[in-house]
Design a binder for this molecule. Sequence first.
Ligand SMILES: [Zn+2]
Length: 146
Amino acid sequence: MINVSKLKKGLVIDHIAAGSGYRIFRQLKLDELNDVVILMRNVPSQKMGKKDVIKIENHINLDLEVLGLIDPHATINVIDNGNRTKKIRLALPKRVEGILKCKNPRCITQYEKVDAPVFYLANEENKTYRCSYCDSPTQFVEGDLG
Ligand SMILES: [Zn+2]
């Protein structure tokens, strides 16, 4: 296994489903950071078999909504002075704003400019959300993200 030096200060996004790491990397625009960022793929994991891990050598604001949508089972460890000081568990967001698009062609959000349509979680199993304007169900698929 490749040895990656231990973080002194930063964030570790752990327990990412193998294969989702790059998607998260792109979606959170980690390639635009000036900090050291490491994406490790297919790391052996007792719990998961294989997992992806992202290390960021700084404390940055991560979009937890987007992260939770892509992989609600990931965890975020906050590292200070080489020790974990905080562990954030993600969850599928109950409410998302400005991420999803309504699939109902007659919905007001389709023909009037709504900057950030709001959706509410309807079914956790299949990541279905309901539009707050027309109540139509919209399923989250990663392709919906820009
Ligand atoms: Zn709608």
